[in-house]
Structures are given as C-alpha cells and as structure tokens.
Design a protein around this ligand. Structure first.
Ligand code: SAM
Length: 373
C-alpha cells in the first residue's frame, strides 16, 4: 500500500450514464416494489461523502438497483464493496461496474433482510467495540503518522473499517433498522465487526422521528430506540423530485454511529417493551401507557411504584420523557421483573383478547340458556 501523499486514488473509467444503463437493460422501476432511482451522481456522491472517509473501507451496500450509489462508493477509494440486490434485472448492469473495478465489487443476488453480512467480510476486520472509530483515530493521529511515515518512509497501514450504505424502499428500511438496532444491542450481525456505521435513506418523516429530540412533536418510539444505541444525524434531505420515478414524499439521509456505551444498559426486548407501552397513548400522560406493563389487578399500585422509584413525573407526556427518564424506567422495570418472574411475559393485549373472548363465551352461554328456556 502506498504511503500518505502517494495513495493511489481509484476512479471508474468512463461508463454509460445511469439513465443509459436503465434503457440498455430495460430497468423500468417496479411500482409495487417501491423502486425509485437516483440518477444524479452529484447526489449519490453527497450521500457517500456523508458516510465519512471510506478510504480502504469495506462497504456493504443494500439495494444497489441500477448502481448510482454503487459508482460513488467505488470512487471513494474503498477496499471492497459488497452489494446485495433482490431484483435479478439489475445484476447485468452491476456486473458492468464490477468489470470496471476489478477485484473491488462483489455482487450478491439476495435479500438484505436475511443476508448474513457477518460471514461475508474477512474475520480479521473485527475490532473491539470500545475502539475509537477510524475517523476518531485519524483526526488525532493523522498529523503524527504523516510526519513519521514521511520521515521513515514506512508504509502507512490504515485500519480497515466497515460501513453500510443504502437507499432501500421505505417498507424495507424501517424494519431493517429495527433489526439492526437489536443487532447493535447484541453486538452481532453487521456489528460483529465493531461499531459499523450506517448511512441510510428513509421517508423524511421517519428520518425526523429517528432524530427527534425530547419534547419535539416528532418524538416517538423510533427516536428513543435509535438514540439509546446510536449517535443519529439527519444529514440532509433529498427532494422527491430528484428520484425517478418521483415518490410521493421527500427523503431523509440518516447517519448512525453505534455508541461505545448504550444509554440504557438493559436487554433490547425489555427496552422495546417499556418504550412501546409508553408511546401507545402518545397524547395521554405517560402513566397511562406505562400502566399497561402490569396486569389489571396490580396496575395502579405497580405503575405508582415504577414511577416513584424511577423518579419520573407521571403527568409528563411520552414525548417529554428524556433518555435518562427511559433509562430509570427500564432499570426499575427490570428490578420489578426480577422480583416477579411472570411480569415480563405479561402482555395487556392478550389480557384484552382473553377478556373479549370470555365476554363472547358468556354471551354465547346466555344465548344457549335463552334457547333452552
Ligand atoms: N440504490 C438505488 C438508487 O438509489 O438508485 C436503488 C434504490 S430503489 C429505492 C431500492 C432498491 O432496493 C431496488 O433496486 C430494489 O430492487 C432493492 N431491494 C428492495 N428490497 C430489497 C431487499 N429486501 N433486499 C435487497 N434489495 C432490495
């Protein structure tokens, strides 16, 4: 590898435009699959720049389609790019890119919801979770390294890093980010490599929810779940008109960096349950939703105890609860679950269903009695 200053920069050779690729391979967007393509390479370059410095990085692109973002990633001097695309029609166009970037691009025909990226990159890329990110290291050491390697002519070995980038249909990106947040919490899946950063697109409203601060109108379940595990930034908005065909909505590009230390140190499913219950009555005061964590017979008493021990004002609305409120609520709820081993399995919806079917049975019995009379 070349020393700093002599780093060879890879550029793709001249290629047909994305519009020409779409024509050449007859890649009309399938509306049912919510396919909306980015043809403007200045925009795809901007998405890739927002992912950070990708020099020598291993990148996983989800849903490359006709390959606009793929080209920008390849031009960012990455070590390897792996793309996973579900629709076979795009494979020949991607193959053309692979031929233009020998040894850099691997194409997988598959589904990102089931693809196991943790097996796809070399195991030696794994870095301790506590490691500072490549950008952190780079910022603090670059000057020193450049100086030393210039003086000694030593080769500068950049630490490899792993990034995920993608513009997926909204129906896929939201379930996928929830799955990946759980993977972050368990440090598995794409996060077996360490604190893999993600740059992904969402419907603008979802991007706003992901990044909403305490007290804001968009504050939701997604805000808390994302922000307790990651630094989340809505880096820019792409107007719907930039896509072909134009979607109904604008698109937000969101950058996620997993936190070294999550802000709530409890199992993902427990945090999810507390947050989900809290936000189910989003306009009501928080004690209403939190109460649903407990069976009816003990609801008033246990909710009071939870809020008292967590030191949370019961009259706050769900959107007014900060991450530290949620941390206290999760910690106290965990303690209550440890005291009562049946508590975590309690689901008020099942109780509701049960009581509805009991009422139905009572009514049926009444009907039978009426008939008998
Ligand atoms: N990234 C391209 C761009 O920005 O122009 C295409 C974007 S289009 C919104 C989404 C792409 O993701 C399509 O190519 C679609 O076939 C692909 N896709 C959708 N669901 C997928 C899945 N579950 N796994 C892999 N690819 C998927």
């Amino acid at each position: 590898m070349a020393a700093p200053g002599k780093l060879s920069t890879f550029r793709l050779p001249p290629l047909p435009t994305i519009r020409e690729i779409i024509k050449l391979f007859r890649l009309q967007a399938v509306k049912q699959l919510s396919q909306n393509f980015l043809l403007d390479l200045r925009l795809t370059d901007k998405i890739v720049r927002k992912a950070g410095d990708l020099t020598n990085a291993y990148v996983y692109e989800v849903g490359p389609g006709p390959g606009g973002i793929t080209r920008s990633i390849l031009n960012a001097n990455v070590a390897k790019l792996l793309v996973v695309e579900k629709d076979t029609r795009f494979i020949p166009g991607l193959q053309m890119l692979s031929d233009a970037a020998p040894g850099k691009l691997r194409i997988v025909h598959g589904d990102v919801l089931t693809f196991k990226i943790e097996k796809a990159f070399p195991a030696n890329l794994k870095r301790p979770w506590e490691d500072v990110t490549y950008q952190d290291t780079l910022r603090s050491c670059m000057v020193l390294i450049v100086f030393l390697s210039c003086v000694t002519s030593l080769e500068y070995i950049e630490p490899p890093s792993v990034h995920i980038i993608g513009n997926l249909p909204f129906s896929v990106s939201t379930p996928l980010i929830i799955k990946w947040l759980e993977n972050i919490s368990c440090r598995n899946g794409p996060f077996t490599y360490g604190r893999t950063q993600m740059t992904l697109t969402f419907q603008k409203e979802v991007a706003e929810r992901l990044t909403a601060s305490t007290g804001s109108k968009q504050r939701s379940r997604l805000s808390v779940m994302a922000q307790y595990l990651c630094g989340v930034q809505h880096v820019f908005t792409i107007p719907g008109r930039a896509f072909v065909p134009k979607p109904q909505v604008d698109v937000g590009v969101v950058h996620f960096t997993p936190l070294r230390q999550p802000k709530i140190e409890q199992p993902f499913k427990l945090v999810e349950k507390v947050v989900q219950n809290t936000f189910q009555f989003r306009r009501k005061r928080c004690y209403r939703g939190l109460g649903m964590l407990f069976p009816e017979a003990q609801r008033v008493e246990s909710t009071g105890r939870l809020l008292r021990l967590a030191d949370v004002d019961p009259t706050l609305r769900p959107s007014q609860l900060s991450l530290s409120h949620f941390k206290s609520l999760c910690d106290v709820y965990r303690m209550m679950c440890d005291e009562d081993p049946h508590l975590f399995a309690y689901n008020f919806r099942e109780e509701l269903k049960q009581s509805k079917s009991n009422t139905q049975e009572d009514e049926d019995e009444d009907d039978e009695e009426t008939h008998a009379l």
